[in-house]
Design a protein. Structure first.
Length: 211
């Protein structure tokens, strides 16, 4: 299966990608990992991307799509792949199609804005050992401290205003991709649930993978 995962930040795409990767025996491909690999390997597209990054500029769509296509042409992707974090815009989706990369299904993992805000803005981590917590779902037994004694802190990108901005960017830039793939008959939808197992079941149903 050649699959794209869509969904707002905090929807659980990474977790579901990991579960699907193991179940289907295919790799999850992340744009960030691909960019770093292309730069490290010194490919022509990698050198182009590095130049933009070093200048503090966004890597253009055609360069990113080229790196994605380059990665997906490798032998380990022949039996399928999961794209997580790409495409991020309709222009990137169109460029991916134009490059000749075939996609079987696009899974949109739907979670309400309110749930995303609660999930992300409630996250905490220990400043000392890095253990993750959540003020609602996984509070520390020691209140605002970790059992190791470290203070619990909130990541800068998890404060409520930043989370709201990230959600807005998703709605404005990435969500329109759903219409693009809906028109091709490739879009399927799964609804995120409170329990991980229930979300995993919804994803399996959407992809026709029920046991």
């Amino acid at each position: 299966m050649k699959l794209i995962l869509l969904g707002p930040p905090g929807a659980g795409k990474g977790t579901q990608a990991e579960i699907l990767s193991k179940r289907l025996g295919i790799d999850t491909i992340s744009t960030g990992v691909m960019l770093r690999a292309a730069i490290r390997e010194g490919t022509e597209l990698g050198r182009m991307a590095e130049g933009y990054i070093n200048d503090g500029k966004l890597v253009p769509d055609d360069v990113v799509v080229g790196i994605v296509k380059e990665r997906l042409s490798q032998e380990d992707c022949e039996k399928g792949f999961i794209l997580d974090g790409f495409p991020r815009t309709t222009a990137q989706a169109e460029a991916l199609t134009a490059s000749g990369v075939e996609i079987d299904k696009v899974l949109s993992l739907e979670v309400s804005d309110e749930t995303i805000i609660e999930r992300l803005s409630g996250r905490r981590e220990c400043s000392k050992c890095g253990t993750p917590y959540h003020v609602v779902f996984k509070p520390s037994p020691n209140g605002d401290k970790c059992p190791c004694g470290g203070e619990l802190i909130q990541r800068a990108d998890d404060n409520e205003e930043t989370v709201k901005n990230r959600i807005e960017v998703y709605h404005n830039q990435t969500e329109p991709i759903k219409e693009y793939y809906q028109a091709q008959g490739k879009l399927v939808v799964a609804y995120g649930k409170e329990e991980l197992a229930d979300t995993t079941l919804e994803v399996a149903k959407a992809l026709g993978l029920e046991d």
